[in-house]
Design a protein around this ligand. Structure first.
Ligand code: SF4
Ligand code: FES
Length: 235
């Protein structure tokens, strides 16, 4: 374990933990849009900035990807931190002024949010869906396009690889803006424009998971498909 100081309070943190996780242990609220527990950090939104003392000087750093270090000192609530978060929120707001989730967090962080349309669901390129697909689901059906030299920085996009997708819906669950649309209609789920046949529970008859997802789980775990045909409520 490592001991660090956050806002003057001592906290013990696990080696390899981030400053954000250590602060959350103390129930200190830090705004985030591109971070999610159990996913690797991405450092895209910069809403989570804090001040960290390095070489005797306080410097702004994103807390979601800053690892704790023995003796580290952190400040989460100074004017500089608030300004840093507000600036990050402003940048997001100017880029996605009609996206509800962005407007909401920008307003909370002191940005002057104009009245008007707030019902868009833009992709803010937070990378939560791509990381979930890769790190949690393990199928890599979503990746960022336009990587590498010569990429279009202004308009990077998420690439959907339909053949790899198992229709699990994890990306829709983590997407903070509602850009990923998923619709379940009886025996069919539609996500990223692809239709998936749903399996019905052998006990209650409710459609509960795509056939492709159960097939994939069966293949990965060796559990026969027939044994997976029971929904979580009936297990
Ligand atoms: S689709 Fe949603 S989760 Fe994926 S990068 Fe865009 S905003 Fe983030
Ligand atoms: S939550 Fe840390 S950069 Fe987005």
């Amino acid at each position: 374990m490592i001991t660090i100081k956050i806002d003057g309070r001592k906290v013990r943190a696990k080696e390899g933990a981030t400053v954000l996780q250590a602060a959350q242990e103390l129930r200190i609220e830090i705004p985030t849009l591109c971070s999610y527990k159990d996913l690797s950090p991405f450092g895209a939104c910069r809403l989570c900035v804090v001040e960290v003392k390095a070489n005797g000087k306080w410097q702004l750093a994103t807390s979601c990807d800053a690892p704790v270090k023995e003796g580290m000192e952190v400040r989460t609530n100074t004017d500089r931190v608030k300004e840093g978060r507000k600036l990050a929120a402003e940048l997001l707001y100017y880029r996605y002024p009609t996206t509800g989730a962005v407007r909401e967090i920008a307003g909370k962080l002191g940005v002057d949010v104009a009245e008007g349309k707030a019902d868009d669901h833009d992709c803010i390129l937070c990378g939560l869906c791509t990381r979930t697909c890769h790190e949690v689901v393990g199928v890599d059906a979503l990746t960022f396009m336009d990587r590498g030299p010569g990429r279009n920085i202004d308009q990077p996009k998420i690439e959907y690889i339909a053949d790899a997708c198992i229709g699990c819906g994890s990306c829709a669950f983590v997407c903070p803006t509602g850009f990923v649309k998923m619709e379940d209609k009886g025996h069919q789920r539609t996500i990223w424009g692809k239709d998936f046949k749903m399996e019905s529970c052998g006990v209650c008859g409710r459609y509960f998971a795509p056939v492709d997802q159960l097939t994939w789980i069966s293949k990965k775990t060796g559990v026969p498909y027939e044994r997976l045909k029971t929904c979580t409520s009936c297990r």
